[in-house]
Design a protein around this ligand. Structure first.
Ligand code: MN3
Length: 203
C-alpha cells in the first residue's frame, strides 16, 4: 500500500504563536506531501513496495542504487515529519515521572537537557534534525543532516523519543534567521505525554 500523508490532531493555527499556521500549512501540505509522493514513486514496483517505512529506512544499503538516494531523502522525510506532528500539541501536557527521572539521570535536569538539545539544533549547519534517543540505560542527544534519522544508523524507531526539524522551511516565515528563537518556542508545544508514551515503549 502506498504511503499516505497523515492528518493532524490539531488545526494548522493551533500552535500559534509558537509555530504559525501558514508554516504548518505549507510544511505538511507541501513539503511533507512531496516526500510522500516522491517516496511512493521511488519504491513502486520494487520489492520494497508494501514494506514498512521503518524496515525500509533500516535497510537502505539493500535498496537498488538508483533508488537509494530518493528513498533516503523522501522516506526519511516521511518518517521524520510523521513523528514530528505527533510530538507537537497546543495543550500543555506533563511528562511521566519515569521520563523525568531518566532525563535527570542522563543530563542532570530538564533545563540541562533542553540546553544540550538546543546546542545540537544550533550546531547542525544547514538543514537537518535534532534528536533525543534512548541509548543503552540512558538518554542521548544527536543531530542528523538533511532528512537522515537515527533509524539509518540502526537505532530502532521506538527508541527515538523526540525530534526537531531545523530546516529553514520549519521556521523561516515566522522567525527568519532566528533558529534559536524557534528552538526555544518549540518547548512550549512539545507533547510530553506523547514523548512519555514513547519512552514507556522504548524498552
Ligand atoms: Mn520539515
Amino acid at each position: 500500500m502506498a504511503f499516505e500523508l497523515p492528518s493532524l490532531l490539531y488545526n494548522d493555527t493551533a500552535l500559534e504563536p509558537h509555530i504559525d499556521g501558514k508554516t504548518m500549512e505549507i510544511h505538511r501540505g507541501k513539503h511533507h506531501a512531496a516526500y510522500v509522493t516522491n517516496l511512493n514513486n521511488a519504491i513502486v514496483g520494487t520489492e520494497w513496495d508494501g514494506k514498512s517505512i521503518e524496515e525500509i529506512l533500516a535497510n537502505l544499503s539493500s535498496l537498488p542504487e538508483d533508488k537509494r538516494g530518493a528513498v533516503r531523502n523522501n522516506g526519511g522525510g516521511h518518517w521524520n515529519h510523521s513523528l514530528f506532528w505527533q510530538l507537537l500539541t497546543p495543550n500543555a501536557t506533563d511528562m511521566s515521572a519515569e521520563l523525568k527521572s531518566a532525563i535527570d539521570k542522563s543530563f542532570g535536569s530538564l533545563d540541562a537537557m533542553k540546553e544540550a538539545f538546543a546546542k545540537a539544533s544550533m550546531g547542525r549547519f544547514g538543514s537537518g534534525w535534532a534528536w533525543l534517543l534512548v541509548d543503552g540505560d540512558g538518554l542521548k542527544i544527536t543531530s542528523s543532516p538533511n532528512q537522515d534519522n537515527p533509524l539509518m544508523d540502526g537505532v530502532p524507531a521506538n527508541k527515538v523519543l523526540l525530534g526537531l526539524d531545523v530546516w529553514e522551511h520549519a521556521y523561516y516565515l515566522n522567525y527568519q534567521n532566528r533558529r534559536a528563537d524557534y528552538v526555544t518556542a518549540f518547548w512550549n508545544v512539545v507533547n510530553w505525554a506523547e514523548v512519555s508514551q514513547r519512552f514507556a515503549h522504548s524498552k
